[in-house]
Design a protein around this ligand. Structure first.
Ligand code: PFF
Length: 461
């Protein structure tokens, strides 16, 4: 394992995995999904999914990676033999697809940072209309997305420890500080309490099968699960690390950022008299409006810092997304890391172009003939979500039927003296053998048959 590199410290792994988890998913996607799916009802289901399904799956992934010490494909193959390697490939493909559209959204956020600091974004009076035209202003968006991909490639080509650990040490504390500052500000605005009510007081009528599906997918996406990202990062983890404790810290860090983002966004939404269910443009519209209210100088400083931190958070996630296929090609094909990283980045950037052009520029990409799927970017995002939850389900089946629970538990007991005989061990064993594979399996089948075979039991028409 030594020539593959490893994290230079225990905290290095936790920071890198938390950096992978905390990203656009927490600050951009979580609030808009909560906004379109009932607010507090979504939040509650999201938290239940994290505790019952995601936490055990995260532990499973890290332990597979550390045990096998290889990339996603190599780890499944090493422990389970031939065919299981394809489960790793499935995850690697999901990672490539996620990065293709994620990089486009990161380009939007990067563009907003530049526009706030160097342009006159905050002078506009209709931020919804501005967003619509901005994402179709293809020159800058192309450049900003390309710039983002290049930054990702530069860091990943440096290897695991140097680039990734360093970036996170600055980003995480900065993000918490600015989120808390904005929450305090938003709570002082008139009608802020209506936002708190929407976000924290559940109404049973708002919870339905759609809420369940989106909350589960969001939880998987947010914690970077189901595609071998944490198998890959787990392969760089040393044996003295307590996997269960690390997973708890990572889950908590990620969930708290998502929770705080909601706490920042919804009071703003209601005090500005805006609509919580406006979809992917939500934070771009609401926050710029709030920054404008702060006045030209303060708005520029706070808005600039906020979008810069979002870019940092997105960067530590794109790094982890690129690391998954890169580790595969370096480990399995013995290609040089630099060539692999630049080749993959170019390919994934090109794969992202249809998503980039799907926001109105190319009508064919903007109105797909799939129900509940407005544009190509959403189509890829939905497909990836399904790949993540089905990938998580198959991983549990792999551990349960192939690797076996007692072997996983043995791995988990390394670096964790009290694990054997603990309640946590029984909980993890039970959830990975029964709860996760059954629930994730049923939901994957329901969603696939609903979305792509028109059975309509989850979403309706
Ligand atoms: N967890 C990241 C976010 O919330 O933005 C996105 C992500 C990164 C998903 C890495 C999957 C992954 F492997």
């Amino acid at each position: 394992m030594s020539n593959r590199g490893s994290f230079s410290s225990k905290i290095g792994f936790i920071l890198a995995a938390a950096g992978s988890a905390v990203g656009l998913g927490n600050i951009w996607r979580f609030p808009y999904l909560a906004g379109t799916n009932g607010g507090a009802g979504f939040l509650i289901i999201y938290l239940i999914c994290i505790f019952t399904l995601c936490f055990p799956v995260m532990i499973g992934e890290i332990s597979i990676g550390r045990k096998a010490g290889s990339d996603a494909y190599g780890s499944y193959k090493k422990i389970g033999g031939g065919v299981w390697g394809y489960l790793g490939i499935y995850g690697i493909l999901a990672g490539i697809l996620i990065l293709s559209y994620y990089n486009v959204v990161a380009g939007w956020a990067f563009g907003y940072f530049i526009e706030i600091v160097f342009g006159n974004l905050l002078d506009h009076n209709d931020f919804g209309a501005f967003f619509g035209s901005y994402v179709n202003d293809i020159g800058p968006i192309f450049l900003f997305s390309l710039g983002f991909m290049v930054m990702t490639a530069v860091i990943v080509s440096q290897g695991i420890a140097k680039g990734i650990e360093a970036a996170n040490k600055i980003m995480m504390p900065g993000l918490y500080i600015i989120l808390i500052g904005l929450i305090v500000y938003s709570l002082t605005l008139p009608n802020a309490m209506a936002g708190i009510d929407f976000y924290l007081v559940p109404k049973l009528s708002d919870i339905n099968s759609k809420t369940l599906f989106y909350a589960l997918c969001q939880a998987f996406f947010s914690l970077s699960l189901g595609m071998g990202c944490l198998i890959t990062y787990g392969s760089y983890v040393t044996k003295d690390q307590n996997i269960v404790k690390s997973a708890a810290i990572i889950s908590l860090a990620d969930t708290s950022v998502a929770f705080l983002s909601g706490l920042m966004v919804f009071p703003l939404v209601f005090s500005l008299g805006a609509e919580p269910g406006q979809g992917p443009k939500l934070i771009f519209v609401i926050l710029t409006q709030a920054f404008q209210y702060m006045g030209p100088v303060v708005g520029k400083i706070v808005g600039g810092s906020f979008f810069l931190l979002i870019c940092f958070a997105a960067l530590t996630s794109t790094i982890s997304l690129l690391e998954v296929p890169a580790a595969f090609l370096v480990d399995q094909r013995k290609f040089p890391r630099k060539a692999v990283v630049w080749g993959l980045s170019g390919l994934i950037f090109v794969l992202g172009l249809p998503s980039m052009y799907s926001q109105g520029l190319v009508p064919l990409l903007n109105k797909l003939p799939i129900h509940n799927t407005p544009d190509f970017l959403s189509f890829v995002a939905d497909l990836c979500d399904i790949m993540l939850i089905s990938g998580g389900c198959l991983m549990c089946i792999f551990i349960r039927n192939n690797w076996k629970m007692n072997n996983m538990n043995e791995e988990l007991a390394i670096g964790n003296a009290g694990y054997t005989g603990s309640i946590l061990k029984s909980y993890i064993t039970f959830t990975i053998s029964w709860v996760c594979p059954i629930l994730l399996g049923i939901l994957s089948i329901l969603v696939i048959t609903d979305k792509y075979f028109g059975l309509e039991w989850l979403f309706g028409r």
